[in-house]
Structure formats: structure tokens, C-alpha cells
Design a protein around this ligand. Structure first.
Ligand code: CU
Length: 431
């Protein structure tokens, strides 16, 4: 009997568009007790019994079938963040991807593109339930391998940031804070150290899988040569002492291991780092306690990674005004809150410019599904050459991004801060 026949007999051969597909990857969503440190457990939803979920590798342009088995009682949804794939597999039911019902399974087939550091995570709403959605352990890295990898590094190390024990930090239940932090699912000092050798070049693939928090990471005695943002190569590689990432953002950074010792790669904020937001980097033959030294003051600026070449004029302009609300929803886009937001209408095949006008006192990391955009103007400064799918709009500032509308179908646009997304800050973009 072939594997395919066995799977069909076992009831695993899921029907997708009337065609049986044998999955290349299976993700099982279920409740686990994640061990953040010896004897320190947290109950959460996770993929394949582990936090983060398995590190997935796909090949650009080679079709893959992912089976999602939902072992919980609630509908779930896996979003492929940073992929240019069809709406019916992207992983947002607002776009038309079918949910995986509780105690059900479903196979999604798609052709991964573009290459780079992508990630996958739940796209379920959480609302006031801080055990659901991005507050849970449902996240993992997926590396889409390019056809030819230029390399330039000796090894790669994933770094995935997340928080635990969330609670409402204000009287009005308006914002969320956390008691516990982790990198790669472990509290600082509790997991295996990252073992490195002097003289080697290590590529860190850093993902901020936080539901709501921005993070700033440093590695004392070393600097980060940032080579990609949100998985997309940058035009001006730059050496920086701190990597700053909003929820949903990624940075690929090469670190030349030139300062032997035992160090903490950690969050700059002392409270968060002391509550777990760090990981030990240990050189071969180095001993002693891991050292932390605060980095110099550093202003993270997207434009430092780009050029100043003039970008083409857009064919169409899409205004996106972001405002706070106080009517049960917290946020509005162009005067309306989801699900009543008007669709953002793009011109098919054309270069479209989104103009984000943040009329609030908070920064918002906004994310556009199924497309990559180029930052063309940031807080008054023209720029080019930085391609992303999440961008932080600072408070009271305007940010402009251009994208080519070459992936028809509805695309979700939302704040990647889970509490903002769940309370109005979402709209569909259509052509
Ligand atoms: Cu927001």
C-alpha cells in the first residue's frame, strides 16, 4: 500500500478543491504546558506540542501542502506572514480562507514566495481573552529558501521573542502587559545557550512574535550587521548596536563573533530582560556568568537601511487615516471600525501608494497581507529601498509606502498589535 493510500484510509487525505493532497507538513494545534524554565510551566495553545512551533523550511516556487489539525474546540487559522499567496490559503478568514473548525483538519496548498525570513502564526481574534490569538504560543519561523543563497555566514540561529502571563495593565482594560518573557520559548538562562566560535559569522533570524510589545535587542561587545528587514534584503547593510522590532517585524542580522566570553543577547529594558527576555551566547571554552552591558543610546531609523534614490510616482493614492475611538471600538480607519471599515481600493497592476496618517498618541505597527511594500516617506523624510510588510507608524506622524498590486484577491490590512486589531483597527484591501 502506498503512503497516499494509507493516509486516505486513515482519513488523513483531506479533500481540497476536490483533489486529494498528501501533506508535506502537518501542524497540530493543541493545548500544552510549555516549560519556560525547569519546573516553570505555562498552559498555552501551540503547534506540534512545542513553543515556538517547528522551524519550517520551504523552497521558493515549490508547492507545499500544509495540513492543519485543530485539536481544540474553537475555530483556528494559520496565517503565512509575508507570503504572496492566494487569499483562500493566506490564513485570514476575512480574506476568504476557510477556518479550521474545532476538532477538524484542513489542508492548504500554496507555492511559497518570495524567499526570506517569514513566519506563521494564528490569526484568530482574542478580544478580552488573553489566552487566545497572538497571546498564545501559536507562532513559528518559516524560512523560504531562495533558488540560490548567497550565504555570507557560517551558521544561522533563530531568535523568536514572546511574552507570557498577560494581564490588563490599565483600569479601562485598554492595554496589556506581561509578567514573563522568553526567547525561543525559554526564560533567560533556562534554555541551552547559543554556542558560537570565535571568528565565525552567525546569521540571527530575529522575529518579534509578541502580541502587543515592541522590543529592542542588544548583544554586548558585538554589533548587528542588518542584511534584511521583514526577510527582504536591504540596499544599505548597516552595523547597529540595537535591533528594534515591533510585533510582526523581523530582522536578519549577521554578527561577527569577535569578542570571546559568555554574553546575554537580550532586551534593552531591564525589567523585561530580568523577567526572561534574553538568551545566553557562549563562546567555545568560555566560562563564567553571562554578562550584560547596556548598549549606547541608539535611535532605530528605517531610513538608515535604505537609499535616497527617487522612487517612481505612484499611479494611485490610498489615504489611511488612523484615529482613536471611544464607542466600543478603540480604533478607526478612515472614520470607521472593522467590520464596517470601507475597503481600501487599489488599482490593479499599478504602483499604489498607501498614506498612513496616524492621528493618535500611540505608535502602530501596521501589516498588509499578501504584498510587500517599499517605504517611500517616513515622518517627513523621503526614502527608498526598504521593503517590508509591517511598518511602525509613530504617534502623530505620516508614513508612505508603495506596493505593486499584482496579487489579486482581498488582502487584510491591520494593526499587528492584537488588542488594536481586535477592536476596530482592520480593513480589507481590494483591487
Ligand atoms: Cu495599533
Amino acid at each position: 500500500m502506498t503512503r497516499r493510500e494509507m493516509l486516505a484510509l486513515a482519513g488523513c487525505g483531506t479533500l481540497a478543491w476536490g483533489k486529494e493532497i498528501t501533506p508535506d507538513i502537518t501542524l497540530r494545534i493543541g493545548e500544552i504546558k510549555a516549560e519556560l524554565a525547569p519546573g516553570r510551566f505555562v498552559k498555552t495553545l501551540a503547534y506540534n506540542g512545542q513553543v515556538p512551533g517547528p522551524l519550517l523550511r520551504m523552497s521558493e516556487g515549490k508547492q507545499v501542502a500544509v495540513e492543519v489539525v485543530n485539536e481544540t474546540n474553537e475555530p483556528e487559522m494559520v496565517h503565512w506572514h509575508g507570503f504572496h499567496i492566494p487569499s483562500n490559503v493566506d490564513g485570514a478568514h476575512e480574506e476568504g480562507t476557510p477556518m479550521v473548525q474545532g476538532r477538524d483538519r484542513r489542508t492548504y496548498a500554496f507555492t511559497p514566495r518570495p524567499s526570506g525570513t517569514r513566519w506563521y502564526h494564528t490569526h484568530a481574534m482574542a478580544g478580552h481573552n488573553l489566552r487566545k490569538g497572538a497571546y498564545s504560543g501559536q507562532y513559528g519561523i518559516v524560512i523560504v529558501e531562495p533558488r540560490d543563497n548567497p550565504g555570507g555566514y557560517d551558521s544561522e540561529v533563530p531568535i523568536v521573542l514572546h511574552e507570557w502571563d498577560p494581564y490588563f495593565s490599565t483600569d479601562m482594560d485598554m492595554d496589556v502587559d506581561y509578567k514573563t518573557f522568553s526567547i525561543n520559548g525559554k526564560i533567560l538562562g533556562a534554555g541551552e545557550p547559543v554556542r558560537v566560535q570565535q571568528g565565525r559569522r552567525v546569521l540571527f533570524r530575529i522575529v518579534n512574535a509578541s502580541a502587543t510589545m515592541q522590543h529592542r535587542l542588544a548583544l554586548p561587545g558585538h554589533s548587528f550587521d542588518v542584511v534584511a528587514l521583514d526577510g527582504n534584503a536591504i540596499t544599505t547593510p548597516r552595523s547597529v548596536p540595537v535591533v528594534e522590532l515591533a510585533p510582526g517585524e523581523r530582522a536578519d542580522a549577521i554578527v561577527r563573533m569577535s569578542n570571546p566570553g559568555v554574553w546575554i543577547l537580550g532586551e534593552e529594558d531591564n525589567r523585561q530582560r530580568n523577567a526572561g527576555a534574553g538568551i545566553v551566547i557562549e563562546y567555545a571554552n568560555a566560562k563564567g556568568p553571562a554578562r550584560w552591558v547596556a548598549p549606547p543610546p541608539f535611535n532605530w531609523d528605517y531610513s538608515a537601511f535604505g537609499g535616497s534614490q527617487k522612487v517612481p510616482e505612484p499611479d494611485a493614492i490610498i489615504p489611511v487615516v488612523i484615529e482613536p475611538r471611544n464607542d466600543g471600538n478603540l480604533w478607526a480607519i478612515n472614520g470607521k471600525s472593522f467590520p464596517n471599515t470601507d475597503p481600501l481600493m487599489a488599482h490593479p497592476g499599478a504602483r499604489n501608494r498607501l498614506i498612513f496618517d496616524n492621528r493618535s498618541d500611540m505608535a502602530h505597527p501596521v501589516h498588509l497581507h499578501r504584498h510587500t511594500f517599499e517605504l517611500t516617506r517616513f515622518a517627513g523624510k523621503s526614502m527608498s529601498g526598504v521593503f517590508k510588510d509591517v511598518v511602525t507608524i509613530p504617534a502623530r506622524k505620516i508614513v508612505e509606502v508603495d506596493f505593486t498590486a499584482d496579487n489579486p484577491g482581498p488582502s487584510l490590512f491591520h494593526c499587528h498589535h492584537q488588542f488594536h486589531m481586535d477592536f476596530g483597527f482592520m480593513a480589507l484591501m481590494q483591487y
